[in-house]
Design a protein around this ligand. Structure first.
Ligand code: FAD
Length: 523
């Protein structure tokens, strides 16, 4: 006898986007069941007690982009007002060491950032304020496009054409982030700093289609900093789970989906690897990576356009992470602990960033100097570690191919982490083995094992270049969350507008599903 669970809507994968869609549906009265492969829900929005008393964000820490989503901005699900979610905007915003030993800082007060940039170039510092104003005028168009399902509103280019300098923005969005930074700014430290910020979403910053990143990231950081949830990233998941369960929804963890159940060509549920079936009376919503999803139903169910789109879909840039326990704040050379930002790191010169990105895309091993993030959320949130101690997360881009001299990442990862610590200690001297009380290392392989949505350790649902954006994400004709199999919907980082903690694919999918299920969307 097959064990089965029935619901109106079955949600496969419990990343934050899927949970947002599930919360909207549950609030609208649908019986929702969510299943996830991991022992806890949330996907990349999780905080785990890796060591007693130390609460580490196993993936995301910064939640800046979701601040402009109505889910947070207007608190449409009551996450802030009713379910305990609280955010803090750390200041300083960033401190970044340059390859020549200089450091660049950024502050919430734009005048203070201006003064810092003026140490390197008065022209670039003055221009930075105009750059922010330009973004203020354009950001509404980008926000509207990101928070609307594809095909439901005017295309982004039409929205941009309504701006006085719409033609400029249309060209910018087609350029690369590197092109834009090199065109707008003249001084190498300022250029390297902006590029360090633009790399935060692990996009291919040298490829067409990434040109708006320097504006959107700097605009967001200048307004809200690297916004973090008090208590850890997982507090967003806790709030979403609370909404879902309060409205009768259920979450099943340790449940790996292997098959889509079809009846007369319609998706009527999912089957887990242990044989349990989750049956949907009305719809199935997936956040399973499209490269996996396509193998969960017969090939002829998908059609040529979708199959080609998934075959040619670029999974993105992998990352490598190390989680450190320290008894001091990582402190930059010549600076005090209070000068360190929650979001700090080491920059490369633009040509080095381009070389590294190309090597990774060519599936070559990379080692040595790297774009590096050193994140210390315990600076502003003492609940994450015992008194006086700190949790530090280090991220670098990596190739999924192990470094030279190693057959696989399992053998290479501790060596690579040692090399990273050594590299960081040149700029941040107290990040050294003598001060690191414990260390947990995750290679690209470990990240994929941890979350099957992060293939090869690529955490952002796929590259966001021109071939994989807007009406082409994940495939032409299937960018509005419906899938070639009726009854099946898709959300998460493989759908518009992509990965990171934005909540937009989740809210957009909810809008589409609620229309199809005859429900009013509340906003
Ligand atoms: C180390 C690290 C640091 C990061 N830092 C940041 C940051 O600071 N800010 C930021 O914005 N982003 C960050 N990211 C990226 C961010 O975590 C992701 O882009 C985001 O989580 C994607 O959300 P999602 O809703 O698409 O799905 P995910 O969070 O990827 O969740 C997908 C869920 O689906 C489940 N799943 C997949 N396949 C199956 C299956 N077959 N059966 C059942 N369940 C399945 C997974 O277990 C997972 O829970 C980071 C990522 C990593 C790895």
């Amino acid at each position: 006898m097959v064990e089965s669970v029935e619901a109106d809507v079955v949600v496969a994968g419990a990343g934050h986007n899927a949970l947002i869609a599930a919360a909207y549906l549950a609030k609208a009265g649908k019986k929702v069941v969510v299943v996830d492969a991991r022992p806890i829900p949330g996907g990349g929005v999780a905080t785990e007690e890796y060591l007693p008393g130390y609460f580490m964000d196993s993936c995301s820490t910064g939640h800046t982009i979701i601040q402009s989503n109505p889910v947070i901005k207007d608190d449409t699900l009551g996450l802030v007002s009713q379910h305990g979610l609280q955010y803090v905007d750390p200041d300083p915003v960033a401190r970044v060491a340059m390859p020549d030993g200089e450091q660049v800082a950024m502050y919430l007060d734009p005048e203070r950032t201006h003064a810092e940039f003026a140490r390197f170039s008065q022209r670039d510092a003055d221009y930075y304020l105009e750059f922010l104003e330009d973004w203020e005028r354009a950001k509404g168009a980008f926000g509207q496009a990101n928070n609307t399902p594809i095909g439901w509103g005017p295309p982004l280019d039409a929205l941009l054409d309504e701006l006085p300098n719409g033609g400029v923005w249309r060209r910018r969005r087609a350029l690369s982030a590197v092109d834009v930074i090199m065109h707008e700014f003249t001084e190498e430290h300022i250029q390297a700093f902006l590029l360090w910020e633009a790399c935060q979403t692990f996009g291919s910053v040298d490829l067409p289609g990434s040109g708006v990143l320097p504006y959107s990231i700097m605009g967001g950081r200048q307004k809200r900093s690297w916004t973090i949830p008090l208590g850890g990233s997982g507090k967003l998941t806790d709030a979403l789970v609370s909404v879902i369960t309060e409205h009768g929804g259920e979450i099943y963890c340790d449940t790996m989906v292997s098959t889509l159940l079809l009846d007369g060509g319609r998706c009527v549920g999912v089957e887990a690897t242990d044989g349990r079936q989750f049956l949907a009376k009305e719809a199935v919503l997936s956040t399973i990576h499209v490269k996996h999803l396509i193998d969960m139903a017969p090939a002829d169910a998908w059609g040529d356009s979708f199959t080609y789109g998934v075959d040619t879909y670029d999974i993105g840039i992998p990352l490598f992470a190390a989680f450190l326990v320290m008894d001091e704040v990582p402190t930059f050379a010549g600076k005090n602990p209070e000068d360190t930002a929650v979001s700090s790191g080491l920059a490369l010169w633009p040509h080095q960033v381009v070389e590294q990105g190309r090597a990774i895309r060519d599936r070559q091993p990379v080692e040595g100097s790297a774009w590096t993030l050193v994140a210390t959320p315990s600076i502003v949130d003492p609940s994450r570690a015992p008194e006086g101690k700190h949790t530090v997360k280090i991220l670098v881009p990596a190739s999924h191919v192990a470094p030279y001299g190693f057959d696989n990442w399992d053998d290479a990862k501790e060596w690579h982490a040692d090399a990273m610590v050594d590299y960081i200690s040149a700029a941040v001297p107290n990040v050294n083995p003598g001060n690191i009380e414990a260390r947990i290392v995750k290679s690209p392989l470990d990240i994929e094992r941890w979350n099957p949505h992060m293939i090869n350790g690529c955490a952002h649902g796929g590259d966001k270049g021109v071939p994989f954006s807007g009406p082409l994400r994940p495939a032409a004709g299937w960018a509005s969350h419906t899938m070639p199999i009726s009854g099946l919907y898709q959300t998460g980082g493989t759908t518009h507008p992509g990965g990171s903690i934005t909540g937009s694919p989740g809210r957009n999918a909810a809008m589409v599903m609620m229309r199809d299920l005859g429900l009013d969307f509340p906003g």
